[in-house]
Write a protein that binds this ligand. Structure first.
Ligand SMILES: Nc1nc2c(c(=O)[nH]1)N[C@H]1C(S)=C(S)[C@@H](COP(=O)(O)O)O[C@H]1N2
Ligand SMILES: [Mo]
Length: 221
């Protein structure tokens, strides 16, 4: 953990984050540190590595699916809503220690979108892009095909608010919450795992809760 803290500190000068998170990193805490508390959604903390994030409406939102696929696509929000919806209720677990139990997420199974796109034989992994212009994430194809991995349109049975990554975020139930990229704008099928934003800074790519370099036993925030 100390080594990872140091990696976060070393990287901090070019990471655009709030003062709180920088201080958290400097104190040897997890560099995914908080940028603020969300007043109306108890237990959650608001995170964004980007200073400001544009708002997308049903008219302007698009989810691009491309890379090593037979049928690239650009989904509108209405098109995503028209696909079969799946509801998953699990604990949300941030790598810094906070947890929100029994949180419903609802949306389209990522595996369904992959089936519609037709992954080419060379496809091995996914790279997720966000319309904040900064964040990214990754999953192997096997992880992405799990039935508890969603392209989520709802959280706590309501449309995802902008603060939680609305209108669309990734939701990877079995992994630490940093895998659940907010403000999802693109999914590219790649031939190998390209580490995401925090993974470049030392966090595990395979971020299984309790079985990766995140920790739940010593909350730091
Ligand atoms: N685009 C984007 N997605 C992101 C992040 C971020 O900074 N930007 N932070 C991650 C981390 S570390 C956590 S804990 C959760 C926080 O989600 P919340 O803001 O809905 O609580 O979003 C994850 N997804
Ligand atoms: Mo996090």
């Amino acid at each position: 953990m100390l080594g990872l803290g140091a990696a976060g500190v070393a990287a901090a000068p070019y990471v655009q984050e709030g003062v709180d998170s920088f201080l958290g990193a400097a104190a040897g805490k997890d560099p995914t540190g908080i940028t603020g508390l969300l007043p109306n959604s108890s237990g959650f903390r608001y995170y964004s590595v980007a200073d400001s994030v544009p708002k997308k409406t049903p008219a302007t939102y698009r989810l691009d699916i491309g890379g090593l696929v037979d049928r690239p696509a650009a989904y509108t929000l209405a098109q995503l809503r028209a696909l079969p919806q799946t509801r998953v209720v699990r604990d949300v677990q941030c790598v810094t220690g906070w947890r929100v139990p029994d949180t419903p997420f609802e949306g389209v199974r990522l595996s369904h979108l992959l089936d519609l796109a037709g992954v080419k034989p060379a496809g091995r992994a996914l790279r997720f892009l966000c319309f904040d212009g900064t964040y990214s994430e990754s999953l192997t194809l096997d992880q992405a095909r799990r039935d508890d991995v969603l392209v989520a349109l709802k959280m706590q049975d309501r449309d995802l608010p902008h603060s939680h990554g609305g209108p669309v975020r990734l939701y990877v139930a079995p992994m630490y919450f940093y895998k659940s990229a907010k403000w999802l704008s693109g999914i590219n099928v790649t031939d190998r795992v390209l580490p995401g934003y925090w993974e470049e800074l030392g966090y595990d790519v395979d971020a299984w809760v309790g079985r990766s370099n995140g920790r739940t036993d010593t909350p730091t925030v």
